[in-house]
Structure formats: structure tokens, C-alpha cells
Ligand binder design. Structure first.
Ligand code: PSU
Ligand code: MN
Length: 303
């Protein structure tokens, strides 16, 4: 199951030009159709505008693909026969010849294997509320503890237990820095209510940390660049608290578990906030993609 890297992405990697990996689960399972396909194309365009090459990652017919054309993005966007893939699913989907969208864990692994160092997404997975009962912790965290990649994200999804997730990241030894802030972002919200120990303010500073990681050696862990959505684009915190509470109760009442939990909660929020949560989610992802392209440029410039 050797990953297939598109010509454009392959050439950019070989020439040391900036490349940004993008995940596909957000397209297939995180955003409503048909808006999702437009968003996928828009995110790729934003990476290009900032001078980097986008590499959206997915698995099609058993083959991991790094860099998708429009037809392939349409397949992912249609959601038909598109499974949700964590990194543990990669050998299974390959052997089955099946197709799927990659979550943060699967995307980060495939990107790192291909030599892509910078990755942008919305919010990471993490430790779910009720973890003591369900043991539901996203595979994103464990994978980021052993993969050398820089992830630009708006923190972790606010549907999670944020302080528990921050604690797990500390335990796992994953570096976390706020971008332009001392507060850990809250995905739909600019501030999760929790502080972050380190702050970076420019793409060059992020690239410096990446170089320091490599110079130091040690465990091949990630760097999380936590970039908040602008305050005037965030979801109203009162609405967020109320609707999230309803969503969590609906999820429990309907008995949704495992991989279904995150898509269920995100969809519930979209439908019960008149699209306001979608607007905040998109604003966060757009900002992250642009920042990731600038980080990739600063990284490429220093090599
Ligand atoms: N960020 C978003 N929307 C999403 C996700 C992230 O803005 O849908 C996806 C990512 O792919 C992340 C996944 O890896 O949700 C986490 O799913 P789980 O909690 O099942 O591990
Ligand atoms: Mn889970």
C-alpha cells in the first residue's frame, strides 16, 4: 500500500518547497454536504494563495493518496462508501481495497511518511467527557506523541474534556504552543478557558521550534500550534454552552459510541445553532490553513 503522491506534491517535496497536508475526514464526515466540497476546494486555494502546495490526504480504492484532484475530492465529498479512518485502519482499508477519509491520526502519519512536515486542520480529537466510563480518547493524541509533524489547529474540539486532553498531551510529551495567545483556543471559541504554557507569535518562531526539535533529537513527537478563531468570528459562548449540553445529552440518549460520536456532535451543533457553529468552524479552519502555509514557507526558507 505504498502511498500515491500527486505529481505536484511530489515535485514540491523534492524541491523543498512549502507543502501543507490537509485531512479529509473534516470534508467527508465533519461538514454538511454539499457545502463540504466547496470548502475543500476553498481550503486548497487558500494554501496556494499563501504560496504553498496543498496536499489533501485520503484513501481511494485501497491506495493512500497524497494530493487529490477535483474528481477525487468529489468522491470524498459525496461520502458514498467513504469510511472514517484512524491510523490503525490504514492497513485494513488498503487490504480491503476500500476507500475512506483520513482523520488527524491517519493524515499526520501519511504526511510524515511522505516527508510533509506541516499539517492544518480544525480541531484535534482528544479525551471525551465521560472518559472514565467510555475510555473514549481519540487516537489523534497517541499518534501525535510519536510523529514528527507540526499541526496547526484551533485547539481540540470543544465537545471534548479540554483540561483532560491538555493533561494527556502533557503526559504523552507533545509540545503545545498558543499562536498569538497565552490561552488554549476552544475550537468554536477563541478561548477554551484554559491557559497554555508557551506562546509563539510568528511563522518564523514556529519554524525555529521545529528546527530545535530536530536538533535535539529524542522522541519523534509533534508540535501543536494552537491558533484561535478570531473573537468576532467565534460562536457565541452562551449559545455554545447551551447547545453543546443538548448535543451531549442527545448523543447519550441515542446510544452513539466510538467513531460516530464526533460527527454526531458536530452535526447536532450545526443544526441547532442555525449554522452559526458551522461559520465558526469554517473561520477556524480557514485561519489555520493560511497560517500553516506561512509556517511551511518559513520552514522551507530555513532549510
Ligand atoms: N476538525 C474539524 N472537524 C472534524 C475533525 C476535526 O473541524 O471532523 C475530525 C478529525 O479528523 C479528527 C476527528 O481527527 O474529527 C476525531 O475523531 P475521533 O474523536 O473519533 O477520534
Ligand atoms: Mn473516539
Amino acid at each position: 500500500m505504498v502511498p500515491m503522491v500527486s505529481e505536484e506534491v511530489r515535485e514540491a517535496i523534492a524541491a523543498g518547497r512549502p507543502v501543507v497536508a490537509l485531512e479529509s475526514t473534516i470534508i467527508a464526515h465533519g461538514l454538511p454536504r454539499p457545502r463540504n466540497l466547496r470548502v475543500a476546494l476553498e481550503l486548497e486555494a487558500a494554501v496556494r494563495q499563501e504560496g504553498a502546495v496543498p496536499a489533501t490526504i485520503a484513501v481511494l480504492d485501497g491506495r493512500p493518496r497524497i494530493g487529490l484532484d477535483e474528481e477525487q475530492l468529489e468522491r470524498i465529498g459525496s461520502g458514498e462508501g467513504i469510511r472514517k479512518l484512524g491510523h490503525r485502519d490504514l492497513p485494513l482499508v488498503a487490504a480491503a481495497g476500500a476507500s475512506g477519509a483520513t482523520t488527524v491520526s491517519a493524515t499526520a502519519l501519511l504526511a510524515a511518511l511522505a516527508g510533509i512536515r506541516v499539517f492544518a486542520t480544525g480541531g484535534l480529537g482528544g479525551v471525551h467527557r465521560e472518559w472514565t466510563v467510555t475510555q473514549d480518547e481519540s487516537a489523534d493524541l497517541g499518534l501525535l506523541a510519536r510523529t514528527r509533524i507540526t499541526v496547526v489547529c484551533a485547539g481540540v474540539k470543544s465537545i471534548l474534556d479540554v483540561p483532560a486532553t491538555l493533561q494527556r498531551l502533557e503526559t504523552l510529551g507533545v509540545a503545545v504552543a498558543g499562536y498569538g495567545t497565552d490561552r488554549f483556543p476552544g475550537f468554536y471559541l477563541s478561548d477554551s478557558g484554559h491557559p497554555v504554557d508557551w506562546r509563539l507569535d510568528t511563522p518564523e518562531q514556529v519554524a525555529q521550534v521545529m528546527r530545535a526539535q530536530d536538533a535535539l533529537g529524542g522522541p519523534e513527537s509533534a508540535l501543536i500550534v494552537a491558533h484561535p478563531v478570531a473573537e468576532d468570528e467565534q460562536l457565541d459562548p452562551g449559545v455554545h454552552a447551551r447547545v453543546l449540553d443538548e448535543a451531549l445529552r442527545a448523543c447519550a440518549a441515542e446510544g452513539v459510541t466510538g467513531q460516530g460520536v464526533t460527527p454526531f456532535l458536530l452535526d447536532h451543533l450545526v443544526r441547532h445553532t442555525d449554522g452559526a457553529s458551522l461559520a465558526a468552524n469554517l473561520a477556524a479552519v480557514r485561519g489555520n490553513v493560511r497560517l500553516a502555509a506561512r509556517v511551511a514557507s518559513a520552514w522551507a526558507a530555513g532549510e
